[in-house]
Ligand binder design. Structure first.
Ligand code: SF4
Length: 54
């Protein structure tokens, strides 16, 4: 299976509020080496580091 940002330890998922609850969206950000917008399906870059438990 292709590695993507979704399972990378550097990926921080964004959440939006639906009524009283928060739900995950496809977007997030990566702070390595600088903060930038990424999608969960973005193919992993050379800095990929597997998130523990994924
Ligand atoms: S851009 Fe690279 S380092 Fe950042 S979350 Fe995606 S795979 Fe990880």
């Amino acid at each position: 299976m292709e590695k993507t940002c979704e399972t990378c330890a550097h990926f921080y998922r964004h959440y939006v509020k639906f009524g009283y609850r928060y739900g995950p969206v496809a977007a997030g950000h990566c702070g390595t080496p600088r903060r930038k917008l990424r999608w969960k399906d973005t193919p992993a870059c050379p800095r990929y580091k597997e998130r523990p438990g994924s």
